[in-house]
Design a protein around this ligand. Sequence first.
Ligand SMILES: Cc1cc2nc3c(=O)[nH]c(=O)nc-3n(C[C@H](O)[C@H](O)[C@H](O)COP(=O)(O)OP(=O)(O)OC[C@H]3O[C@@H](n4cnc5c(N)ncnc54)[C@H](O)[C@@H]3O)c2cc1C
Length: 460
Amino acid sequence: MFESAARVFARISTDEPITKTEVLMGRAVVLGGSMAGLLAARVLSDHAESVLIIERDELPAAAAPRSGTPHDGQLHTLMHGGRMQLERFFPGFAEQAQAEGAILSSPFNIRAYADGTPKVSDGQMGLISSSRPFLESQVRRRTLALPNVKVLNGRARGLVFRGNAVTGVRCAAGTDEWTEDADFVVDATGRASKLGEWLESGGWERPPMQRMAIGVDYATGYFSRPEDDPELAAAIAYRTPSATPPRVATGAINAIEGNRWLVTLASYGKQPPIKELDEFRELAARDLPPVFEQAVRNEPASGIVTYHQAESRRRGYHVLKRFPARLISVGDAVASFNPIYGQGMSSAALHASALSEYLRGKPDLNAPARAFLHMQRVVVDAAWQISTSADLARHDIDGPYPRGHALSKWLVGQIVDASMTDQPTAVRFNSVTYMRSHPRSLVTPGTLLRAMRVNRRAAA
Ligand SMILES: Cc1cc2nc3c(=O)[nH]c(=O)nc-3n(C[C@H](O)[C@H](O)[C@H](O)COP(=O)(O)OP(=O)(O)OC[C@H]3O[C@@H](n4cnc5c(N)ncnc54)[C@H](O)[C@@H]3O)c2cc1C
């Protein structure tokens, strides 16, 4: 029976507790122990006798940066859609994270600005603010506390196939090489995933890769946060695209654990990275609303950390005619977006939710996981549409433009403009950008007519 993408998305992004789980396999092996791998392992723990995570880094016992996740020093906001899934997988997650130092922002202490003008609060959706290593350590601790989940330090090097299925993973650590048997394998090795090469060398098809050049530079500083400010836990300020954009295209602040502000300045184009504290402070004061200047005036708690991402990319496993059974890929290994839009961890959480939905449907594991690939595609399409349509509005980006781009740009423009001042429109818009609802929920006649009325009144 046909089910629309919006309905599939609603099913995956539900906040209903996970029930009716059944053990369907002996041993599941997850490659990569970062956000996507940990969340997939959490889901698999309901359906496998044992789950083994293979991670190339020695995972730290507490919150600490590590070399396998070079982006972890940058600001990471967990959107509301992702937060809801973490709460499903680990009931009481937000409360526990808060007890250990994370800041739970409410809609009333998150500030958003477009071109320096404050936006109306949606009044509904809060965020968990912490450093990325802190958030990951919370997810890791809860996942590894499950009695049937273990982690092994090693590097995945390839897959073992028998007939039409994956039956194991080739691993290495130092000079040791070995094979781990598996009844189900999840690739969560991040955006540099080698799964395509492994499939090809095993006689399978390699997925097509869709790329979009974004050229984004992050510069992030940590500053002391002398006291809790009930009025401000997080802020984001962005500039609408123009032919002569300011140096800082987007700025964001999060109050994080350890009484610190985490402040990120993001810029586009061929400009030298912002590495010096003085320049960082000067640009925050010049290009962003005053709350940024106030935060960066505090004592620095680190040097400025930079990160460059050249492109967004997605791999099309769902289009392959031949795909082995007992294998899936999740998180950035499938799709990684312009980080400015904060979708990656929530996408990974929704992939895990899709995996749960697939396994609770008691699928035939000897056939390719097509039902999973279909659900995952809906999540990736939604996130890709949001991030690429915003990037395509930039003057320095020249496509590829999807069919109907001009019309959808105009429609979304109406909603974005109205969401500045109109709370009901802000709720609908944020629900999509925070990955709680499918983008199609925005293009209803009621929402569009309301947005156009609000904009006409504002222009009068
Ligand atoms: C600058 C920046 C800012 C971002 N900001 C946000 C944000 O605000 N909000 C948000 O939701 N997302 C954000 N993201 C995206 C987010 O970081 C990713 O979506 C998320 O980390 C994806 O997790 P993952 O587990 O798929 O991949 P990764 O975090 O990349 O982890 C991959 C893991 O696999 C391991 N690995 C790799 N190869 C192997 C192998 N062969 N064998 C064993 N282990 C292996 C690595 O060591 C690593 O642990 C941001 C990203 C960047 C770059």
